[in-house]
Design a protein around this ligand. Structure first.
Ligand SMILES: C[S@@+](CC[C@H](N)C(=O)[O-])C[C@H]1O[C@@H](n2cnc3c(N)ncnc32)[C@H](O)[C@@H]1O
Length: 200
């Protein structure tokens, strides 16, 4: 069950159906791309991308040969779009599910965040940090970008600050990197943090 019905699967399906997807950059973004490039050749790492949307980063990793990339989204439409763009992406790695309902069976090594955290009601932020930690192995990494800005329109996206986010993640993670990204897309420049957190 989604914890907040007002931003439920139907809401997100409707956003995709109406092409109200301003968050969708149409390609992998530089902060994620640069991080993946420095990982080196593909290995057996288990990678989870929650609230993945059209998941250009999953398509990139798959094309590079990373074998275990799992994308999760409550909406069917973006997953179908990924399947259309990358037909050889394993269907069993396309999960139409609620991130908060994922069971921590086999832990992941890497969890990738981009505009999922900001799409959730802010009251869910502590639960996001807890669930991310539950799904990672000790020493596993939560990597990605978080908005460090406020928005004038009602959310989603919901803004926030580095100081606020620190509180949510500190109980579960060591902070390897938590600074303003230097390689953001121009509209996001100076307004997002690049985060690399290691599960305790
Ligand atoms: C703002 S979009 C971001 C999509 C993608 N990360 C990107 O950067 O293009 C938020 C996504 O999270 C999905 N979503 C919202 N709540 C979710 C939940 N509880 N579990 C899984 N996915 C969820 C939505 O369907 C939507 O695709």
């Amino acid at each position: 069950m989604l914890p907040d019905s007002s931003l439920n699967a139907a809401y997100w399906e409707q956003r995709y159906a109406a092409s109200q997807t301003a968050w969708d950059t149409g390609a992998i973004t530089p902060p994620l791309l640069d991080y993946f490039v420095q990982l080196g050749p593909p290995d057996a790492r288990r990678i989870l991308i929650p609230g993945a949307g059209r998941a250009y980063e999953a398509e990139y990793l798959h094309t590079q040969g990373w074998p275990h990339v799992v994308v999760v989204d409550v909406a069917a439409a973006p997953l179908a779009d990924l399947h259309r763009r990358a037909p050889s992406f394993p269907e069993e790695h396309l999960l139409q599910q609620d991130f908060f309902a994922l069971a921590p069976d086999t832990p992941y090594d890497l969890l990738v965040e981009q505009t999922f955290f900001c799409a959730l009601k802010p009251k869910l932020r502590p639960a996001y940090a807890r669930q991310a930690a539950q799904l990672l192995r000790p020493g596993g990494t939560l990597m990605g970008v978080l908005f460090d800005t406020t928005f004038s329109q009602p959310g989603p996206p919901f803004g926030g600050s580095r100081e606020e986010y620190h509180e949510y993640f500190a109980p579960y993670f060591d902070f390897v990197h938590f600074e303003t990204a230097t390689n953001s897309l121009p509209p996001r420049s100076g307004r997002e943090l690049f985060i690399c957190l290691r599960k305790k």
